[in-house]
Design a protein around this ligand. Structure first.
Ligand code: HDE
Length: 725
């Protein structure tokens, strides 16, 4: 047993210990109060006699309970559910031609980062797998101060003006009268709002696509969404869109799978990120920029300032200029992931804003929200939010001030402190706003250049593969089918018909409502009361681009099975040779395998080898894995063939279009499944390979299986999607 007895010198060097940022769980230390007083009994309250009442003077009890009573802070109003990790960013290409931001020019520099991924609508305890946009917020701790790129996993947004954000969020959050449904957009208020906000058409296509059901946070793209500015040392500016491209490709799960995961493991994404980093499989993204020279601002069919539009990669290619690597899990969820405070206004010299009205509104919102969430103006002093460079200014006091400022002066200009801290001019690295010329009337009106709501929604839909399109139809049918108010369903069908009539009628068929020919109240609701309606009629521009390959996830498949999770189903009598050979080959290719048996512990192989079985059918389900393998061994095969859990596991994997492999000897297990009727009758040694199902000897299985897992899913199998699972 470890010796936990505190040595008598324990307090000797601890004079500053309570001021340190990181405190290990105390081993070899005495329990103390927050004032440092040693506690001799932490199990019993102070009472008047053995059976008497508790005493008010019990300051030990009161301190402990009071702290506990105040342990919760308000969760984020949006993006409450999140997971985060530390990492580093390195630029590969010197970008000084475009920006003076040091971390984007110095190819030798490693910039520490903290990245928080999140869902938007659900509360802090909701499931990771809700159909939702994902936040992708990156804090770069640069040598010029913190830069926050507070983005999403989709490149556009629902609305064009920040003043609509509270309405959007009120509509998507659980309905206020009964607080139902949690973390879901499939309800009346959300679609009521959307049906009145045609500017959301493009984003609706993204959210109803599988992009809203990531397989892993490590397999998502990220986007800065807005157009930003780069400014170089000569003060020349250009426009820029930011991208994150995951090295593992962009992959999603099926909707039925997502719903099951929410029950089996609501922490699925959080666990996946944590385990990958813990195992040394560090997630990586390439950092990309789309650069548009200032003089090209108006050359597109859409407005660069409109956050419901993307710049197709065919028009402006994404230059991959750096790499983000996440390599360290947080030490404490609350202190880091929960207390991190992002802000679009945290920029460094070389990066500036544009007049995108959504971005402009965000510039106000983020500090404002931290004031309530983190309880005052000193949240920048919380360790996770501190820049790596020193902070000098005349700000003082406020709730929970950590900094102990010495001296008399906290104002500027001053002479008593010789003018310190000095203002830094541009040449000394001071931030100077880009001097954009503005000569305008004050108006409360949407720019007519923002009014083509449907062209890019069409572009997105047209760019999807057949299965991806089917998933959008399914998603819309699911969501609108949950809408109880019929006229909202109808308005939405009309809305969809503006994007694609085929899409609208497919959804209409599924939800039993006709697509209306027109609407009494027009879709467009952002027209000011006194405006000329002609100016604001939605115009569909026939863009030159019909499709954009970058918009389909199918085009991101990588030839790799790194970090994929593979289930190996086994029972006593398993052929250890076939199990271990396939397992070793998969692991050598970077996959992670779990042997899953009818019960936990070990399975005994046909040659009496004890093979660890860390998972059982009671504890896991096929939705938590990317693929399944069934090794040979007659007794094992006979047990699995008769085990409803094993068959359910396989049926579900089939339904979710995953790669399935079996040793020739285990053909009969697969034959006992629902999809077994598709397999040939005889137990031949020839490799059977169809729709991602591979049956054969060890060697053939291994090669075929690895190639099949790398393809991610066999969506064509969905033609036979009525599989019971
Ligand atoms: Fe946010 N958003 N947002 N947002 N957002 C917040 O800030 C807001 C928008 C995004 O992991 C809040 O600290 C407004 C777009 C992420 O901590 C709040 C508008 C994009 C995160 C806020 C938007 C985002 C937030 C809530 C409309 C993608 C999580 C808690 C103008 C580019 C950051 C907080 C984290 C969080 C306001 C729209 C991304 C209230 C007013 C567009 C990733 O300040």
């Amino acid at each position: 047993m470890a010796d936990n007895t505190p040595n008598n010198n324990a307090g000797e060097n601890k004079k500053v210990s309570s001021l340190q940022q990181h405190t290990e769980d105390s081993t070899g230390e005495f329990l103390t109060t927050n004032q440092g007083l040693k506690i001799n009994d932490d199990q019993n309250a102070l009472t008047a006699g053995e059976r008497g009442p508790s005493l008010l003077e019990d300051f030990l009890f009161r301190e402990k309970i009071t702290h506990f009573d105040h342990e919760r802070i308000p969760e984020r109003v949006v993006h409450a559910r999140g997971s985060a990790a530390h990492g580093i960013f390195k630029v590969h290409e010197d970008m000084s031609e475009y920006t003076k931001a040091g971390f984007l020019c110095d190819t030798q520099r490693e910039t520490p980062v903290f990245v928080r991924f999140s869902t938007v609508a659900g509360s802090r305890g909701s499931s990771d797998l809700s159909r939702d946009v994902r936040g992708f917020a990156v804090k770069f701790y640069t040598e010029e101060g913190n830069f926050d790129l507070v983005g999403n996993n989709m490149p556009v947004f629902f609305i064009q003006d920040a003043i609509k954000f509270p309405d959007l969020i009120h509509a998507v959050k659980p309905e206020p009268h009964n607080e139902i449904p949690q973390a879901a957009s499939a309800h009346d208020t959300f679609w009521d709002f959307i049906s009145n906000a045609p500017e959301s058409a493009h984003m609706v296509m993204w959210v109803m696509s599988d992009r809203s059901l990531p397989r892993s946070l490590r397999m998502m793209e990220g986007f800065g969404v807005h157009t930003f500015r780069f400014v170089n040392a000569e003060n020349k500016s250009c426009f820029v869109k930011f991208h994150w491209k995951p090295l593992l490709g962009v992959h999603s799960v099926a909707w039925d799978e997502a719903q099951n995961i929410s029950g089996k493991d609501p922490d699925f994404h959080r666990r996946d990120l944590w385990e990958a980093i813990d195992n040394g499989d560090f997630p990586q993204w390439e950092f990309g920029v789309q650069i548009v020279p200032e003089e090209d601002e108006h050359k597109f069919e859409f407005d660069l300032l409109d956050p419901t539009k993307l710049i197709p990669e065919e028009l402006v290619p994404v230059r991959r200029i750096g790499t983000l690597t996440l390599n360290r899990n947080p030490d404490n969820f609350f202190a880091e992931t929960e207390q991190v405070a992002f802000h679009t206004g945290h920029v460094v010299p070389g990066i500036d804003f544009t007049n995108d009205p959504l971005l402009q509104g965000r510039l106000f919102s983020y500090t404002d929200t931290q004031l309530i969430r983190l309880g005052g103006p000193n949240f920048h002093e919380i360790p996770i939010n501190r820049p790596i460079v020193p902070v000098h200014n005349n700000q003082r006091d406020g709730h929970s001030r950590q900094q102990i400022n010495k001296g008399k002066t906290s104002y500027n200009p001053n002479m008593m402190a010789a003018g310190c801290p000095f203002q830094a001019g541009r040449m000394q690295g001071g931030f100077t706003s880009f001097p954009e010329k503005i000569d305008a009337h004050k108006i409360r009106e949407r720019s007519a250049s923002f009014f083509d709501h449907f062209s890019q929604a069409k572009l997105f839909l047209n760019s999807q593969s057949e299965p991806e399109k089917n998933h959008i139809i399914d998603a819309l049918s699911f969501e609108l089918g949950k809408v109880e108010t019929i006229f909202i369903r109808e308005r939405m069908l009309y809305f969809l018909s503006q994007i694609d009539e085929g899409l609208a009628s497919a959804v209409a068929y599924n939800i039993g409502v006709h697509v209306p020919k027109g609407l009494k109240t027009p879709l467009n609701q952002v027209v000011p009361a006194d405006a000329d309606p002609e100016k604001y009629r939605s115009v569909v521009k026939e863009g030159s681009l019909d499709k954009s390959a970058a918009l389909s996830m199918v085009n991101t498949v990588k030839d790799s099975i790194k970090t994929r999770k593979i289930a190996i189903l086994a029972a006593d009598g398993v052929n250890e040779e076939s199990l271990m050979a396939v397992k070793n080959a998969l692991e050598a290719a970077g996959a992670m395998c779990d042997v899953i048996a009818p019960r936990l512990g070990f399975v005994t192989g046909m040659n009496d080898t004890a093979i660890p079985a860390p998972k059982s059918f009671l504890h896991v389900a096929s939705v938590l894995y990317d693929a399944v393998y069934v090794p040979g061994g007659l007794s094992s095969v006979a047990t699995l063939e008769a085990d409803p859990d094993a068959l359910h596991f396989l049926n579900e994997a089939f339904k979710h279009c995953k790669a399935i492999a079996a040793d020739t000897e285990a053909l009969q297990v697969l034959k006992a499944t629902y999809f077994g009727r598709k397999l040939p009758e005889d137990n031949t040694d020839e490799t059977i390979q169809m729709e991602g199902i591979i049956i054969g000897n060890i060697e053939k299985v291994t090669t075929g299986f690895i190639a099949a897992i790398a393809q991610h899913r066999f969506w064509d199998r969905e033609k036979s999607r009525k599989v019971p699972a």
